[in-house]
Design a binder for this molecule. Structure first.
Ligand SMILES: CC(C)(COP(=O)(O)OP(=O)(O)OC[C@H]1O[C@@H](n2cnc3c(N)ncnc32)[C@H](O)[C@@H]1OP(=O)(O)O)[C@@H](O)C(=O)NCCC(=O)NCCS
Length: 185
């Protein structure tokens, strides 16, 4: 990682929900003016804290010299480890922090017996689709999600095999047939 300072990525405790929430808000603020703003911006601290306390979700934090600059939330689903709200504060971007957090998640998944890591990405935010593709994630589904507020959001589902002891490669034998037809990333 091209990052100055001491970098630590670790699980967040429920007491650290305020840090997770504030990093997320800071990172997703850039989507405030989209026609359909990110749902991350309307989540309250109580929402996030409740999910973490009840064990519905877990979160990880990335700290640089002890300061929280990145976060992600995740849960174990029937399809593997699902993550969302990957977030890096604007002042700390393009240093490989998001890549490192995703790498940490993959290792966490392996150590906990999961063989797949997956996420949903807004189809319109192509740089995020490219980010995950560059990390070995395959797009395998595309659909319109209808949010609880009625907003319709086209999303791409992306996943990666993380077999214990064997790093999966994007072009390797995942058996998942590559990117969606007609998509030129
Ligand atoms: C997306 C996000 C987490 C990336 O964080 P980051 O720490 O800057 O990412 P990295 O430094 O690990 O970058 C990895 C690669 O992603 C790509 N990338 C990241 N941000 C990019 C941008 N703004 N434009 C184009 N490519 C970008 C690049 O390929 C980059 O590699 P490079 O720097 O070697 O070119 C961060 O920009 C963010 O918090 N955005 C707002 C929230 C969000 O969209 N989260 C993802 C939801 S799916």
């Amino acid at each position: 990682m091209n990052s100055q300072g001491e970098v630590e990525i670790r699980l967040a405790t429920p007491e650290e929900a305020p840090l997770v929430h504030s990093v997320t808000l800071d990172a997703f603020a850039e989507y405030r003016n989209l026609p359909t703003p990110s749902g991350a911006l309307s989540e309250s601290l109580e929402d996030v804290e409740g999910l973490m306390r009840e064990g519905v979700e877990q979160a990880a934090l990335c700290l640089v010299d002890g300061v929280a600059v990145g976060s992600v939330r995740f849960l174990r689903s029937k399809d593997g480890l699902y993550f969302k709200r990957l977030a890096v504060r604007p002042g700390f971007r393009r240093r490989g922090i998001a890549r490192a957090i995703v790498g940490w998640l993959e290792e966490y998944a392996r150590q906990n017996g999961e063989s797949v890591v997956w996420c949903n990405v807004r189809a319109e935010i192509q740089q995020n689709v490219r980010l995950y593709a560059s990390l070995g994630y395959e797009a395998y589904d595309e659909r319109v999600v209808v949010r609880s507020d009625g907003a319709r959001v086209p999303v791409v589902s992306m996943r990666k095999a993380v077999k214990p002891g064997a790093e999966a490669r994007r072009d390797s034998a995942t058996g998942w047939g590559g990117a969606l037809p007609g998509r030129g990333w």
